[in-house]
Ligand binder design. Structure first.
Ligand code: B12
Length: 206
């Protein structure tokens, strides 16, 4: 399937950050799917860039990465969430592709964001296996669950707990993040690259 990954993060404070989560899932699915990354961070006109990418690539599935809910000023989530909602409206107006949300910000409020942004599916937590699972189900012409958990979920006495990581020690077994898709302007900005060396917490914190 043709999968367009859209990194919706446009925050440049304290500095722009390479969309490590998005390139991690790109790396994990591109052996089986045709993948494009649209990174909106440096786009002057995000909505136009989105329309153009959709018209050119004609994706079957669009994965939208929501890294942040807060701004650099931590002044409440409404500003970012309204921006994401507007982006999703633009997207829906020009394609009937299946829309899947994911990312660190999305995973903090998955059910509410899925409803508010009107997406089809969402991945809570790590996406390498979970997003691939959604794509496999769609490719078979079936319907995946609305929310797929990247971390193991346990429920007891009415409390839902997410284990921090399913992948943990398997990190080295994952395909490497698709760094060739990174916009070089990140490196020009302040010379920073990001590297994930481990997942999860020895104390089982989320
Ligand atoms: C490291 C880090 C930073 C570093 C980044 C350094 C760098 N050069 O990359 C620094 C300190 C600079 C930073 C800054 C900020 N950060 Co920060 N940061 C993190 C942290 C600890 C890890 C992020 C990371 O890289 N993870 C590794 C990647 C591989 O994981 P991932 O992005 O989660 O991606 C996985 C899944 O989410 C999923 N996924 C991701 N995208 C997608 C997309 C789709 C479609 C799907 C299906 C799945 C999917 O699959 C991926 C692979 O498993 C997280 C907390 C955490 N533990 O996650 C906070 C976090 C992301 N940061 C957060 C915030 C708020 C900020 C700032 C706004 C803080 C500030 N006031 O300035 C800035 C924003 C910077 C910017 N330009 O965007 C919040 C965002 C949520 C929120 N509350 O809004 C988090 C979640 C912390 C928190 N719990 O509040 N941050």
């Amino acid at each position: 399937m043709r999968v367009l990954l859209v990194s919706a993060n446009r925050e440049v404070l304290p500095s722009p950050v390479v969309p490590l989560g998005m390139i991690s899932i790109a790396g994990a699915i591109r052996d089986a799917h045709e993948v494009r990354l649209l990174d909106l961070c440096f786009e002057q006109h995000a909505h136009e860039a989105l329309r153009a990418a959709i018209a050119e690539f004609r994706p079957d599935v669009i994965g939208v990465g929501l890294r942040n809910l807060q701004t650099n000023a931590y002044d409440g989530g409404e500003q970012r969430i309204s921006e994401y909602a507007a982006l999703l409206r633009t997207l829906r107006a020009c394609t009937s592709a299946v829309v899947v949300l994911g990312g660190a910000g999305f995973s903090l409020q998955p059910a509410g964001l899925l409803e508010r942004l009107g997406a089809d599916h969402g991945v809570v937590g790590e996406g390498e296996h979970a997003f691939r699972e959604i794509l496999d189900v769609l490719a078979r012409g079936e319907t995946p669950p609305r929310l797929v958990h990247g971390a193991a979920v346990s429920r007891s006495e009415g409390v839902v707990r997410l284990r921090p990581s399913k992948i943990r020690g398997e990190l080295d077994l994952l395909p490497p993040p698709a760094r060739d898709l990174v916009d070089p302007r990140y490196y020009a900005f302040d010379g920073t690259i990001n590297l994930q060396s481990k997942r999860g917490c020895a104390f089982q914190c989320t």
